[in-house]
Design a protein around this ligand. Structure first.
Ligand SMILES: NC(=O)c1ccc[n+]([C@@H]2O[C@H](COP(=O)([O-])OP(=O)(O)OC[C@H]3O[C@@H](n4cnc5c(N)ncnc54)[C@H](OP(=O)(O)O)[C@@H]3O)[C@@H](O)[C@H]2O)c1
Length: 278
């Protein structure tokens, strides 16, 4: 059995769809990953073959203010999962982020590039990656700019704002790859099907700024009566610094599994088509 920890989150819900009957889901009601006793109770009872950790404290600006909570959930929690999966002979899949990089490389990041997080969220996720190594049988999958059904995300925020305003300002100096959580779940399945371990990058192909992403959302949703103005990261002035260019090179995933994530525009189109039904 595959245990999805954080199964009620945005990625967790897509993982439950993709793995279907093979998966069982637990979330905060059943397990607190910051509590070793709780982790041991659930894992020693259920004895999964694979644990996919999709649980995290994902509020990037919130982490900047709540350092201890960020380190506990995103860092220590992974150590408890790694130690306990090792004890029961299970594999640990840890989901990580492009925010472990500083975005200064100027070209897509490969798995071996040096991590240099700018924010507490990035630092805490890097601590989580390092802690995943407590279980030698681990798979770390880094992704970025996620959106999915049943989650609070940029696509849903833009569509909501379009109903309220005729003009928006959206950051145009951060570049990344918007990634549909369903496609990420398929990539994780492809990696597990091939028995892969170590670190992989998985994001939809291509890249764009948040501003370009917003314009494509409105174009595909048939919303013409909205003006999208450019804005700089400095002007937005959020508490946590973000990398300006943090696209992920996903060629290792394609080489080792034969699976490549579709271009971000196609993924977005499919997400919007399925949206009313989900
Ligand atoms: N979202 C992105 O753009 C993005 C980008 C790159 C990487 N990632 C990574 O992708 C993974 C999934 O992200 P997501 O956006 O799907 O996250 P999400 O929607 O915030 O879901 C996380 C889930 O974990 C639960 N959780 C929080 N603390 C927990 C704890 N102590 N014990 C057990 N469960 C706990 C949350 O419950 P509550 O909601 O009740 O707190 C929630 O159900 C994370 O590792 C994240 O760092 C996300």
């Amino acid at each position: 059995m595959i245990l999805v920890v954080g199964s009620k989150g945005m990625l967790g819900q897509e993982l439950m769809q993709v793995f279907g009957d093979a998966a069982r889901g637990v979330d905060l009601d059943d397990i607190d990953i910051t509590d070793l006793a709780s982790v041991q109770r659930v894992l020693l009872t259920l004895k999964p073959r694979i644990v996919i950790n999709a649980a995290a404290y994902t509020d990037v600006d919130g982490c900047q203010a709540e350092v201890e909570k960020a380190m506990q959930v995103n860092g220590e929690g992974v150590a408890y999962l790694a130690l306990t999966t090792k004890e029961i002979g299970a594999k640990l899949v840890q989901v990580s982020t492009d925010y472990i990089f500083d975005g200064k490389k100027g070209s897509p990041y490969v798995e071996d590039d040096l991590a240099s997080p700018l924010s507490i969220y990035g630092e805490s996720k890097l601590a989580g990656e390092m802690n995943a190594w407590f279980n030698p049988d681990h798979l770390i999958v880094r992704t970025q700019w996620l959106y999915g059904h049943g989650g609070k995300n940029f696509v849903e925020t833009m569509l909501k704002l379009a109903g309220e305003r005729s003009e928006l300002s959206v950051v145009d100096d951060q570049t990344g790859s918007p990634t549909w959580a369903y496609d990420l779940a398929l990539a994780i399945k492809a990696l597990l099907d091939k028995g892969c371990g170590g670190t992989y990058h998985a994001a939809n192909a291509g890249f764009v700024s948040w501003n370009g992403f917003a314009k494509e959302i409105f174009r595909l949703a048939g919303i013409a009566d909205i003006k999208v103005n450019p804005m700089s990261t400095a002007e937005l002035n959020r508490p946590a610094p973000r990398p300006l260019y943090s696209t992920l090179d996903c060629s290792k995933l394609a080489q080792d599994t034969g699976f490549a994530l579709q271009p971000w525009q196609q993924a977005l189109e499919r997400y919007l088509e399925l949206r009313p039904a989900r």
